[in-house]
Design a binder for this molecule. Structure first.
Ligand SMILES: Nc1ncnc2c1ncn2[C@@H]1O[C@H](COP(=O)(O)OP(=O)(O)OP(=O)(O)O)[C@@H](O)[C@H]1O
Ligand SMILES: [Mg+2]
Length: 253
C-alpha cells in the first residue's frame, strides 16, 4: 500500500481543485504513478485533471449485479468485477484515475462504497501514491471510506462556517478512530496571503494544525469559465505557488 492522501471539508471550499494540484505536484516532484480516486458521487476531478471518464465503479457494480453482464463462462463475479474496474481506469501521464460515480438504484450506496474500498486497496498496491477526492460533508468519514489514510487534508474557506465544518471533520476522525495518521487544515480562497485575526484565533482555539493558506486566484475563475483544466495553470500562478509551498512543507515521503 502506497502513501495515501484524502481530502475533506465543506462544499465548494476547493477540495477537488487542491486534489488536482496535489496530483500535479506529485507527478512532478515524486517518483512513480499516482492513483487518483474520485469518491465524490458528483464526480468532477477528471475536469480538473483534463481527462475523460469512460466508466464508473458504481455503474460497473450495477451492471454486474443486474445480469451476468456479458461475463465469460467460468469467470467469477469478483474476477469479472476486477477486470471491468481495470478497464475503467483512466490512464494519463503520471497518474491513473478511477471514478466511483453515482450509486444507481436504491440501497446501493454502501455496497458501492464497500466495493470501491476493497478494489482501491487492491489497486493501490500498484501505486506509491493514492489521492482521494471526497464529497463535501461527513458521510465518507462515518461510512469509513476515508480510513487507513496517511494524510487527511481538510479544506476550509476563510469563513467561520467553513472552519466549523473543518472542526467537525477533525472531531469525527478522532471519535470514530479512523486510523488517519495525520490531519491538517488548508485555508483556501483567502483574500490575500494572510487570514484575518478572528479566523486565526478560531483555528488556534480549536487546535487545528494549519498547513497554510491559498489565496483566491482570479486565474482559477478564468480557467473555470473557459473550461480549461486547473492542472494546466501556469507554475507561477498565485494558487499553484501557494499550494506547492504547502505541499513542500507537508513533507510527503
Ligand atoms: N484558490 C482559489 N481561487 C479562486 N477560485 C477557486 C480557488 N479554489 C477553488 N476555486 C473555485 O471554487 C469552486 C469550488 O472549487 P472545488 O470544486 O475545488 O471545491 P470542492 O470543495 O471540491 O467542491 P464540492 O464540495 O462541490 O466538491 C470552483 O469553481 C473552483 O474553480
Ligand atoms: Mg469537489
Amino acid at each position: 500500500m502506497g502513501f495515501s492522501i484524502a481530502l475533506a471539508g465543506k462544499g465548494g471550499t476547493g477540495k477537488t481543485s487542491i486534489a488536482g494540484l496535489l496530483i500535479r505536484y506529485l507527478t512532478e516532484k515524486r517518483k512513480g504513478p499516482i492513483l487518483a480516486v474520485d469518491a465524490d458521487a458528483n464526480a468532477n476531478l477528471n475536469d480538473v485533471l483534463g481527462v475523460a471518464v469512460t466508466d464508473t465503479v458504481g455503474h460497473i457494480r450495477e451492471e454486474a449485479s443486474e445480469t451476468a453482464g456479458g461475463r465469460p463462462a467460468g469467470m467469477s463475479l469478483d474476477e469479472y468485477f476486477e477486470f471491468r474496474v481495470n478497464q475503467a481506469l483512466v490512464e494519463a501521464k503520471g497518474f491513473d484515475l478511477i471514478v466511483m460515480g453515482r450509486p444507481e438504484g436504491p440501497g446501493c450506496y454502501c455496497a458501492a462504497n464497500h466495493i470501491i474500498r476493497r478494489y482501491t486497496d487492491h489497486l493501490s498496491d500498484r501505486y506509491p501514491y493514492l489521492v482521494m477526492d471526497n464529497e463535501a460533508g461527513l458521510e465518507h468519514l462515518s461510512r469509513r471510506t476515508t480510513q487507513d489514510t496517511d494524510l487527511l487534508i481538510v479544506v476550509s474557506d476563510s469563513s467561520i462556517r467553513g472552519l466549523k465544518a473543518a472542526e467537525r471533520v477533525f472531531e469525527l476522525v478522532s471519535e470514530l478512530k479512523l486510523r488517519i495518521k495525520r490531519s491538517v487544515l488548508i485555508v483556501n480562497r483567502a483574500n490575500g496571503e494572510a487570514i484575518n485575526p478572528e479566523l486565526m484565533n478560531a483555528i488556534r482555539a480549536d487546535n487545528m494544525s494549519l498547513s497554510g493558506v491559498i489565496p483566491s486566484d482570479e486565474l482559477i475563475f478564468k480557467y473555470d469559465l473557459e473550461g480549461r483544466p486547473l492542472i494546466d495553470l501556469p507554475a507561477d500562478s498565485k494558487a499553484v505557488k501557494a499550494a506547492y509551498a504547502i505541499f513542500d512543507k507537508l513533507a510527503i515521503p
